[in-house]
Structures are given as structure tokens and as C-alpha cells.
Design a protein around this ligand. Structure first.
Ligand code: 8YV
Length: 315
């Protein structure tokens, strides 16, 4: 069978590139100088798009691929794929859930610990000689036993909760409905009320148009000057302007963020702040998980072209 033509939106680790190129004629969109000319040339041959969670596939891009059958996302979030367009055109969409859940939860919890205990600053304290010249490192805040809120108790939120139980934290969560599996955790429907009863607020919601800026000025105000916001979901779930204002004024204590509007370029106001921990959208970034994500991305594509059920279809 001739290899189907595929549009590759971003690079993958080298262990994925080999198998992808063996099974498909991969056209590397991210390397094209003039993207419009490139799409005009290769668009009609394209039957599949391989993309990443944060890169997605826009309507404009897919309109240049009239024979597109499937978009396979390397990531659980598919908010950057125009799913309405895909639904209307009968284009299948797949993602890579489950395989990354625990790594994303691990990083969220690591960010909380790191920020609350001042781990990055403490490292600098040792390296720059402050320990010798100034003595003891300034005291930081405890994590264990304090109150955590989880906004969105899906797969990732639940794994965060399991980890926080180990720290003896008082855990509450918010979401569309109470979850049967959330034993021992309080359900607080209103995100503002959840923030109000939290020292640490984790945002683990899948991003949709209705969750846009769900963490707005009121939620941030309720979290307050001693509170910490941890985002391992998508930037669109947070009103970034409101967050920056609150971090600058001290109305919010601190934040630990893995995702940003317009990433990898971020608002320079973040860089001037000392009360925010900045991470380069790498919550799923372990060798083990990325290998599993690459495999699942290809399994979905191969199943489609073999006429088999898709392992992890979104639609
Ligand atoms: C990215 C993600 O796909 O799972 C998601 O939704 O955002 C990530 O896993 C990852 O950064 C690969 O680019």
C-alpha cells in the first residue's frame, strides 16, 4: 500500500520520526519558509495531520487540505484543533489521554512544593554565596496539612488529589457535577467559593470555550495574598491580565504556571515577578510518557488507514 501523505505540524523526538516516516510521507510544515506556498503545494495530497496539543490544527490550515481524513494529536488537549470544522467535514480527531495523566499530576505537585518551599530561590542562595554572607534562607510556607482546591476533577485532577492526600491536605474540588470517586473530598460547585477555601488552587480543567477565563479576577481575589495558583491545563482557563495584576500588587500570593497565552513567547510582565514559578509547558515531558504518546499518535493513524477502530478517538 502506498504511504499516505501526512502534514506534520511540529517536530517529535527522534524515536518517533523514524516510524512516522516509515509509515507516511511526512511533509514538515514547521520547516517550511513560506507556509502558504508550502500548503498550496502539498495541501491536496494530505490525508492526515500529526500535530501536538499546543499546536493543534486551525480551520485555515485544514481548508488547504481538502482530502484530509484525520487529525492525530500528540497530547490530551485538543482545544487548538477546530473541532467544529472537523465535525462538519467528517474529519476524525484523536488524542493521547491516560498515558500522560500521572506525569502531568506529578509536575503540578512538584511545582506546588517547589514554589511553596522556595526551592529555586534556595538553590540560588547556595550558589551565589548568600548562605555564607547572609546566613539562613528566609522562611517559606508549609504544604502538608493545608487546604487544596482542584478545579476540574477529571483524570489529571484526580491524580493530583491522590498525591495531595499523601500530604494530609484538606482537599475540595469543583466541576460540573460531584464525582462518585471523590471520596473524602468536598464538592464546591462555585470556583470562587473553592478558591476562598483553598491555600493552593490547581487548575486541571480541559479547556473549552465555556471554561475560558474561568479563573478570573474574582477567583484570584478569593484565593488571596496567601494563596497559590497552579496551572497545568491551558492558559485560556485563566485571565492572564487579572493574574498579572494580582501577582504584581500582592493581591495573589504566588503562582506556578506551565502554560501561557501565546507560548512560547510570554508576557514580559511575568519575567519581572519573583512570586511566580515559570515552566515551559512540559508537564507530560518525560521520556517514558513521550514515547507512549508517540506510539499512541501513530496507533491512531495506522488504525484509521487500516480501517480499524481508533484507539483513542475524540470524534
Ligand atoms: C503537549 C499537552 O502536547 O497533553 C497536552 O494537552 O499540552 C502536552 O502534552 C506536549 O507539550 C507536546 O507538545
Amino acid at each position: 500500500m502506498p504511504r499516505p501523505h501526512l502534514l506534520q505540524i511540529g517536530p517529535y523526538p527522534e524515536w518517533d520520526e523514524g516510524p512516522l516516516n516509515a509509515a507516511f510521507v511526512a511533509h514538515r510544515y514547521f520547516e517550511a519558509g513560506d507556509k502558504d506556498v508550502f500548503l498550496t503545494q502539498v495541501g491536496p495530497s494530505i490525508r492526515a495531520i500529526a500535530t501536538r496539543g499546543e499546536l493543534g490544527a486551525s480551520r485555515a490550515l485544514m481548508e488547504c487540505c481538502p482530502n484530509l481524513e484525520i487529525v492525530s494529536v500528540y497530547g490530551v488537549g485538543y482545544d487548538a484543533v477546530d473541532v467544529d470544522f472537523c465535525r462538519a467535514r467528517g474529519i476524525r480527531v484523536t488524542n493521547t489521554p491516560d498515558v500522560l495523566t500521572k506525569d502531568v499530576a506529578d509536575l503540578g505537585v512538584a511545582m506546588m512544593l517547589c514554589q511553596s518551599r522556595g526551592v529555586i530561590g534556595a538553590e540560588g542562595w547556595v550558589r551565589d554565596g548568600s548562605w555564607t554572607s547572609q546566613g539562613l534562607y528566609p522562611l517559606k510556607r508549609r504544604v502538608w496539612g493545608r487546604r487544596a482546591g482542584i478545579l476540574g476533577l477529571g483524570r489529571i485532577g484526580f491524580e493530583v488529589a491522590k498525591r495531595l492526600e499523601g500530604f494530609g491536605m484538606d482537599i475540595a474540588y469543583s466541576g460540573s457535577t460531584p464525582k462518585k470517586y471523590a471520596e473524602g473530598m468536598e464538592f464546591v460547585a462555585d470556583p470562587v467559593a473553592l478558591a476562598d477555601r483553598s491555600d493552593f488552587l490547581f487548575v486541571t480543567l480541559a479547556a473549552t470555550p465555556t471554561t475560558r477565563h474561568i479563573v478570573g479576577r474574582e477567583v484570584i481575589r478569593a484565593l488571596g495574598p496567601d494563596g497559590m495558583l497552579i496551572n497545568i491545563s491551558r492558559a485560556s482557563n485563566i485571565d492572564e491580565e487579572a493574574l498579572l495584576d494580582a501577582l504584581e500588587s500582592g493581591a495573589l500570593g504566588s503562582a506556578a504556571l506551565d502554560v501561557f497565552e501565546g507560548e512560547p513567547k510570554l508576557n514580559p510582565r511575568f519575567l519581572a515577578l519573583s512570586n511566580v514559578l515559570l515552566q515551559p509547558h512540559h508537564a507530560s515531558g518525560t521520556i517514558e510518557t513521550r514515547k507512549a504518546m508517540g506510539q499512541l499518535l501513530r496507533d491512531n493513524l495506522q488504525a484509521h488507514f487500516a480501517g480499524m477502530p481508533l484507539p483513542t478517538a475524540v470524534m
